[in-house]
Design a protein around this ligand. Structure first.
Ligand code: HEM
Length: 320
């Protein structure tokens, strides 16, 4: 009897240790059901109102979740402002003068804390929820958001520089970067579909339109008006032909050599990812289903859980 009991304790310890090391199954969609039943509906209504005012904000908010998860896991680190102890990721190369939406995150945090009567929803979870609500508000798929992430007490500009992929990356560099984050080639193709919404600055596509040959000449010509060879670096162009709609145009544009970024067109340039791009270009259902699966996978990258980290009161600063 005693030995059976001992065995059972061992087995539980083993299962717990396995779950803890693999890092999944710790998040759950029901995490706030008791502590704040109105959390999700409160967040959704703010996102809907903000997207109604300016639809690009939906794109900017989706991007924040991506840039959060790719730097030491989805831990809200992207939201920390510079301070004597925080080397803010906002100042990293891919983010500076580029990521936006922080005021909307502040507004959401305030609204949700008020609805809960206390600060219980982490900033990292807010980013994951807001990514889903933004995609839905722009006509994309929905999914059940996994919750229970805690917020970091640190940030790293260096890690952001090293981990967020660059628009001049080749296909093999993109694949390696995603693999380093536990994501495969299919995740790369489907998550790049995030570029079905939003805008990029001239500085990020200038080399592609002036130097690359895998671009439709008429499309390149149109972009050269927006993005002159000298100057105009901050001018914006839509990432696909329907930047306010979450749809498959991103992929049909790639098939027609109308990719805005070099890294976008790399996904359809005579290599292993061509067939998936081709499929998504006409298969809305497959894209939506796969996007939902891959973004859940992305949201599971190295979360802080349990008593790790904290739930920040103000997403821009660590608690005292
Ligand atoms: C695959 C590698 C990726 C690269 C190289 C990349 C690069 C970029 C660049 C250069 C911009 C324009 C920034 C600017 O000009 O200021 C951008 C915008 C954007 N990215 Fe990505 N990205 C990638 C993957 C993703 C993923 C996985 C998502 C989300 C699932 C995403 C969502 C967005 C969105 C929504 C925008 C528009 C933001 C806005 O309008 O404010 N990107 N990306």
């Amino acid at each position: 009897m005693a030995s059976r009991c001992y065995f059972s304790v061992l087995l539980h310890a083993f299962v717990f240790a396995t779950v803890a090391t693999l890092g999944f199954s710790q998040l759950t969609p029901n995490y706030y059901d008791y502590s704040c039943p109105n959390a999700l509906s409160t967040i959704k209504s703010v996102v809907e109102a903000e997207v109604q005012k300016e639809n690009r904000i939906g794109a900017s908010l989706l991007r924040l979740h991506f840039h959060d998860c790719f730097v030491n896991g989805c831990d809200g680190s992207i939201l920390l402002d510079p301070s004597p102890t925080i080397d803010s990721e906002k100042n990293a190369r891919p983010n500076i003068q580029s990521v936006r939406g922080f005021e909307v995150v502040d507004e959401i945090k305030q609204a949700v804390d008020q609805a809960c009567g206390k600060s219980v929803v982490s900033c990292a979870d807010i980013l994951a929820i807001v990514a889903r609500d933004s995609v839905v508000a722009l006509g994309g798929p929905t999914w059940e958001v996994q919750l229970g992430r805690r917020d970091s007490t640190t940030a790293s500009r260096e890690a952001a520089n090293a981990n967020i992929p660059a628009p001049f990356f080749s296909l093999s560099e993109l694949i390696t970067n995603f693999k380093n984050h536990g994501l495969d080639e299919k995740d790369l193709v489907v998550l790049s579909g995030g570029h079905t919404i939003g805008y990029a600055r001239c500085i990020n596509f200038k080399a592609h339109i002036y130097n690359d040959s895998n671009i439709d000449p008429n499309f390149a010509q149109y972009l050269k008006y927006i993005c002159p060879i000298n100057g105009g670096d901050q001018n914006l162009a839509p990432l696909d032909s329907t930047a306010a709609n979450f749809d498959v145009s991103y992929y049909s544009n790639l098939v027609n050599k109308n990719g805005l970024l070099h890294s976008d067109q790399e996904l359809f340039n005579g290599d292993s990812t061509d067939s998936l791009v081709q499929q998504y270009s006409y298969d809305n259902q497959a894209f939506f289903q796969d996007f939902a699966n891959s973004i859940i996978k992305m949201g599971n990258i190295q979360p802080l859980t349990g008593d790790q980290g904290e739930v920040r009161v103000n997403c821009r600063k660590v608690n005292y």
